[in-house]
Design a protein around this ligand. Structure first.
Ligand code: NAI
Length: 250
């Protein structure tokens, strides 16, 4: 695999929100393709299980990072060598009707998903520039491109992630830094698994043209494409990985 375009040997990749779900999977996949992986989470002890999986392929560094905290982002830059690949994955959702959404709900979602994402990228970009460039992969969502009820701040934050991706792609192309996004549809993870067994969950699956949820492995191709030199002439792109959900019929 190392001689292919998708090989990542010699590259260092940082994954935010690496302790669970998509982030933990991304870390393992990047390591399997040769990257040296830096796992970041608010609590380093939460990373031990993922670090063990990654170490089957190579070295894993575990670092503390709260993406909403400026001091934590500064410490991150001090603690790690420059990275070539940033997977900007940390994110959360606060669900509920827009009429009942509190200011705290709004702030925590925006601070994490959008502001945190920008400032992590801004903190790491100088190091990437010094090394001649890098690849930033922002994890957006189909909810940044279409609407659903009950997730107002999340949807707005992810729409912001898409515009952030394109704006940074434009500004940082001159530094050799590529900025692209993956917009996953509904991915089956431990956190949401119970919901898919409910009537509402089952009804939702019928609206996906492929009639199934995404599995973590379905994200591997786009992840490796965007992280690696295989996408060297791509920047500002948003790749939906959603079983056709965005193109479902009116
Ligand atoms: P998850 O909850 O398992 O992972 C999110 C990670 O972000 C967690 O490890 C959490 O601790 C971390 N995190 C939250 N706030 C943080 C902060 N302030 N600083 C550092 N880390 C923080 O959920 P999942 O599903 O793996 O989500 C990962 C990303 O994928 C998120 O950005 C989410 O919006 C996005 N996504 C997920 C989809 C899904 O169906 N699971 C669909 C579309 C997008």
């Amino acid at each position: 695999m190392q001689d292919t375009l998708l090989g990542l040997r010699g590259k260092r990749a940082l994954i935010t929100g690496a302790s669970s779900g998509l982030g933990a999977h991304f870390a393992q996949r990047l390591a399997a393709h040769g990257a040296e992986v830096v796992l970041a989470a608010r609590r380093v002890d939460a990373l031990q299980g993922v670090a063990k999986q990654v170490e089957a392929y190579g070295r894993a560094q575990c670092v503390t990072l709260d993406v909403t905290d400026a001091a934590s982002r500064e410490a991150l830059v001090r603690d790690i060598e420059p990275v070539d690949i940033l997977i900007n994955n940390a994110g959360l959702v606060r669900e509920g009707a827009a009429l009942k959404h509190s200011e705290d709900d709004w702030d925590v979602v925006m601070d994490t998903n959008l502001k945190g994402m920008f400032f992590v990228a801004q903190a790491l970009a100088p190091g990437m520039r010094q090394r001649g460039g890098g690849s930033i992969v922002n994890v957006a969502s189909v909810l940044g491109l279409r609407q659903a009820g009950g997730v107002v701040s999340y949807a707005v934050s992810k729409a912001g992630v898409i515009q952030l991706t394109k704006t940074l792609a434009l500004e940082w192309a001159r530094h050799g830094i590529r900025v692209n996004a993956i917009a996953p549809g509904y991915i089956d993870t431990e956190l949401n698994r119970a919901f898919w067994q409910t009537d509402a969950g089952k009804a939702l699956i019928t609206r996906i043209p492929q009639r199934r949820l995404g599995q973590l492995q379905d994200l591997d191709g786009p992840l490796l494409l965007l992280a690696s030199d295989a996408s060297r002439y791509m920047t500002g792109a948003v790749i939906a990985v959603d079983g056709g959900h965005l193109v479902n019929t009116l």
